[in-house]
Design a protein around this ligand. Structure first.
Ligand SMILES: Cc1ncc(COP(=O)(O)O)c(C=O)c1O
Length: 363
């Protein structure tokens, strides 16, 4: 099948670019002896998770038990649920998967620990636990080494659980790589304080799991980190491009749309709106919803459900009805989540049709 035969809107992944991104990060992780555990929220496709494993990742990361189940059914055997599971049904889902898979869960409360322990005992399984620490993003994570140690000890005293280490997400360092130096030093100091407290208490921290795409190639500078969980590196997106984390040549995924109306002066309408693109707005002065590969002077200014509004007033380009455009989405993970399938393409050929099997698994 060729790309021309696809209906729009359609999400296209340039396989050459994706494979380059995959190999580059895998070789970086190998060089710095960092365990790679990519976050699969970016693609939600077991086959792509397996490719990450084949290229050197030890395991994968998901956010919810529903996503973990899809990955497990797709043959993935080592899964971290990087999200606090605080209700019995979610803890039970993790515990059931842990019967024949290596499952670990990150958490930051005694309540989550106890729910998980009860579920593991009932399921007759064993779940790995990573205590989440807050290194500056202020989303989840305990706020001091003493609290982390106390939760670690709590985990060690509960049946069905095994304390594996600490985890964090440096979301506050989503800035240009050249501006991350001070933040990385702060995080390293914070990690050192944790190592010191745990060492004094003679509690080992086997895994220190961190990492994001924005900081991916500086991961080795976070002293003490031995595992990283970037997700978006596989495809990249417009937000990462704006930060200078990647170049246009590294952007593997675009949404192909068709021009459906040019009737209103200064406007071109395409067949992808808020059901096709995420409503994540671009950061910076001009708020737009994606970058149009065919014309950088046309702005993607608004989303209706099924209409993408392009402002052509600053461009000489005259778009034709039926013309296909390729748009780099602002936030790739949420965009992929909106589609049943995405296409792997090489040149004009559609080589792969992937079902986005873990899409919508919000529980
Ligand atoms: C806990 C956790 N780990 C890893 C990631 C993946 O990082 P990125 O989105 O920067 O690729 C995320 C992303 O939100 C996350 O929340």
């Amino acid at each position: 099948m060729t790309i021309d035969e696809l209906e729009t809107p359609a999400v296209l992944v340039d396989l050459d670019v994706m494979e380059r991104n995959l190999a580059r990060l895998a070789s970086y992780a190998k060089k710095h002896r960092l365990t790679l555990r990519p976050h699969t929220k970016t693609h939600k496709i077991p086959e792509l998770a397996k490719r990450q494993i084949d290229s050197g990742a030890k395991g994968v990361t998901v956010a919810k038990p529903g996503e973990a189940r899809v990955m497990a059914e797709g043959g993935l055997g080592d899964i971290m649920i990087a999200y606090p599971l605080v209700t019995p049904p979610k803890a039970r889902a993790a515990a059931e998967l842990a019967r024949d898979r290596a499952i670990c869960v990150s958490l930051d409360s005694a309540e989550a620990l106890e729910a998980l322990s009860q579920a593991a005992v009932a399921a007759g399984s064993r779940i790995g636990v990573l205590v989440e620490i807050d290194v500056g993003f202020h989303r989840c994570g305990v706020g001091s080494p003493e609290q982390a140690l106390s939760l670690a000890r709590h985990a060690m005293g509960l049946k069905g659980l095994e304390f594996r280490g600490l985890m964090f997400y440096p979301g506050h360092l989503g800035k240009p790589p050249g501006e991350q130096t001070a933040g990385i030093a702060d995080v390293s100091r914070c990690l050192a304080a944790h190592y010191e407290t745990f060492q004094k208490a003679q509690v080992e921290i086997p895994v220190m799991s961190g990492g994001s795409t924005a900081t991916a190639y500086r991961s080795h500078e976070f002293s003490g980190v031995n595992e990283i969980r970037p997700g978006m590196y596989l495809f990249n997106d417009r937000n990462l491009l704006s930060l200078g984390v990647c170049s246009p040549e590294d952007c593997a995924l675009h949404v192909m749309v068709s021009v459906v109306s040019t009737a209103v002066p200064g406007r071109t309408i395409v067949d992808g709106g808020s059901k096709t693109f995420s409503s994540d707005r671009s950061k910076g002065e001009k708020v737009t919803y994606g970058l149009i590969r065919e014309d950088s002077h046309t702005d993607f200014i608004a989303l209706s459900e099924e209409h993408g509004h392009l402002d052509t007033t600053h461009s000489d380009r005259k778009f034709q009805i039926g013309e296909r455009l390729h748009i780099l989405p602002n936030h790739v993970c949420v965009t992929v989540n909106m589609h049943d399938q995405i296409y792997g393409v090489r040149g004009n050929t559609v080589e792969k049709v992937w079902q986005v099997k873990a899409r919508g698994k919000v529980q």
